[in-house]
Design a protein around this ligand. Structure first.
Ligand code: PLP
Length: 363
């Protein structure tokens, strides 16, 4: 097979097996498996689905969608306060990251990544033949701005990938630090705001003054629409024009577009889901903090990073899995040694996690 040499040795994005596979492996029913590893919402937005269902028969699925996605851009304009021309609609945030990489990176061009962070930044970069240059975060997980600027200069980087709140560490980016990178490097800076709704802190307005800033957002987290696959970019108009050149014309289904618009017209439901998740996060954080042998880091998103000081993270991960509790094992990543990431689930799932973890740590 004559695939690209790059693909032959490529380290792809990896995640835990499917729910049915996990259930089979541990002798559980799929309904007994709680996915606390993907930072998705535990709520199904039935209200929005019911609205869509009413209109389903009238949907012109025989036609392509309006490839400019104007209707959703108008709804996003109301939601964000930004002009309709300032958006690129994408098939999830991952496609947004792909479009950015396709627009900016050639073979060998560098992208600086503030690490540890979301691993798809590396994948999108390397798939374009780009060079991922990692700048390790400080011990408190804040971005090493001086290091990022120095790496941009040394590598003549085209892109910088930042994430706020950062997955998996949960901390947000500092505005002064962001301005410094935007002003002192020649790179275009991507700020992934996938978890924005959980913290309310955004840098979108800075795209009014900086054409080298790209904000990436998604409906996959707080909006509880990961399965619908809708994301978007906010940037200056001139940047949007360039990004649109690399955008596939029809990567979203009209059903997903309608779901996203329905969600944006019913923000009360979004707020209810976010409040419930934040309340559960506080409760879980307090319960985790009771253990003297773990550190539960503060988080501004819908997950909590923990570091185990006495137990082996691989073993704890495996034992939780046996009980149907799937959390993300990050123990082998630089800077996250012996760490696990726990997404906030339904109250009953969080209770089961606390109970089971208490038993494992006591045993
Ligand atoms: C920081 C970050 N960006 C993007 C994504 C992917 O988002 P989407 O489902 O919209 O592709 C994730 C998913 O975990 C994420 O953590």
């Amino acid at each position: 097979m004559k695939t690209r040499p790059l693909i032959q040795q490529f380290e792809p994005y990896s995640w835990e097996p499917s729910t049915s596979e996990i259930a089979r492996r541990y002798g559980l029913r799929p309904s007994q498996v709680a996915r606390l590893d993907l930072n998705t919402s535990p709520y199904t937005p039935k209200k929005w689905l019911a609205k869509i269902a009413k209109n389903l028969e009238k949907m012109q699925v025989n036609l392509y969608p309006d490839t400019s996605y104007r209707a959703l851009r108008e709804d996003l304009s109301k939601y964000t306060g930004m002009d309709v021309e300032r958006f690129v609609i994408t098939n999830g945030a991952d496609e947004a990251l792909d479009i950015v990489a396709k627009t900016f990176l050639d073979q060998g061009s560098a992208a600086v990544i503030s690490a540890p962070t979301y691993s798809y930044f590396r994948v999108a970069t390397e798939l374009m033949g780009g060079k991922a240059v990692f700048v390790q975060r400080h011990e408190d997980f804040s971005d090493d701005i001086e290091g990022i600027i120095a790496a941009c200069r040394a590598e003549e980087a085209r892109l910088v990938f930042l994430c706020s709140p950062n997955n998996p560490t949960g901390n947000t980016l500092d505005e002064k630090a962001l301005r410094q990178v935007l002003e002192e490097s020649d790179a275009t800076v991507v700020v992934d705001e996938a978890y924005y709704e959980y913290c309310g802190k955004t840098f979108a307005k800075l795209t009014n003054s900086y054409s080298n800033l790209i904000i990436v957002r998604t409906f996959s987290k707080a909006f509880a629409l990961a399965g619908a696959r809708v994301g978007y970019i906010i940037a200056a108009e001139e940047t949007v024009r360039e990004l649109n050149k690399a955008r596939p014309p029809n990567s979203l289904s009209i059903i997903s577009l309608a779901l996203a618009s329905t969600a944006l017209r019913d923000l009360r439901h979004l707020k209810q889901m976010v409040s419930a998740t934040l309340a559960e996060k506080e409760r879980l954080h307090r319960a985790l903090q009771k253990h003297s042998t773990i550190t539960a880091y503060p988080s501004e998103a819908n997950f909590i990073l923990i570091k185990l000081h006495k137990h082996n993270a691989d073993e704890v991960h495996e034992k939780l899995m046996r009980h149907g509790l799937v959390v993300r094992n990050l123990a082998h990543l630089k800077g996250l040694e012996n760490c696990l990431r726990i997404s906030i689930g339904l109250p009953a799932q969080n209770n089961k996690l606390i109970r089971t973890l208490n038993k494992i740590l006591a045993g």
